[in-house]
Design a protein around this ligand. Structure first.
Ligand SMILES: [Zn+2]
Ligand SMILES: [Zn+2]
Length: 217
């Protein structure tokens, strides 16, 4: 997950404080994503008491919250209890921002990292993964989660490149053994089927680069 901050990205960062509304561009893209903790069945929101569909946990922190409606998630109410849906790679984000925004002094940089991390961790639905992980950052912002990948999708995304090499070059700690364990079927066609090893595709919100992450049960 090496980030090359391009000049284009630096320009974008200096003029555009943030792309999109809080939480809006941060998937799982919508409540019905197969790796989202969205639940259609009625439940009581811990914060506003509304009964209806919403997000189940896990929510990380010192308070037990089982259920959250979409409105309360988007408005950042998890912050009231210092809860989070995920953990951002804030160290990588800070490094990227420091390179892209040399004009910022330390406290301004800290504030930007904190704001973007809060948006990710407290306004983004849970992504259901096998293991905890650091949500990737690229070009000074957190990536968007796009989809799970099987080999058919990887072959398509690699285009003319060798798919094994493409995958191993983009996914940390990936080698041919990991490649061999990736599902053979299409994750897009069979979203409800889960395998012991999962490949997650993220996209940079600034340069659209693909960032891959994988884990296993
Ligand atoms: Zn609510
Ligand atoms: Zn990027």
């Amino acid at each position: 997950m090496v980030c090359a901050v391009s000049e284009n990205c630096a320009t974008t960062l200096s003029t555009d404080n943030h792309a999109g509304l809080p939480g809006e561009a941060m998937p799982p893209r919508g409540p019905t994503h197969p790796l989202s903790s969205w639940n259609d069945e009625g439940g009581t929101c811990h914060f506003c008491g509304a009964v209806g569909p919403g997000f189940n946990g896990p929510f990380y922190g010192d308070h037990d919250v089982d259920r959250l409606c979409e409105g309360c998630l988007r408005s950042g109410r998890l912050a009231e209890l210092d809860l989070a849906t995920c953990t951002g790679d804030a160290a990588a984000l800070r490094k990227q921002l420091a390179e892209a925004r040399p004009d910022l002094i330390g406290t301004e940089l800290d504030a930007l990292v904190q704001a973007r991390t809060a948006e990710l961790e407290q306004r983004t639905p849970c992504l259901i993964t096998w293991q905890d992980f650091f949500w990737p950052a690229h070009c000074g912002d957190y990536c968007v989660f796009v989809e799970e990948l099987g080999k058919p999708e990887i072959v398509e995304l690699a285009r003319e490149q060798d798919p094994t090499e493409w995958f191993c070059s983009l996914a940390s700690d990936a080698d041919v053994d990991v490649w061999n364990a990736i599902r053979e079927d299409s994750a897009r066609d069979n979203p409800s089927v889960s395998y012991d090893l999962t490949v997650y595709r993220f996209s940079c919100r600034r340069c659209q680069s693909t960032v891959l992450h994988w884990d296993c049960s």
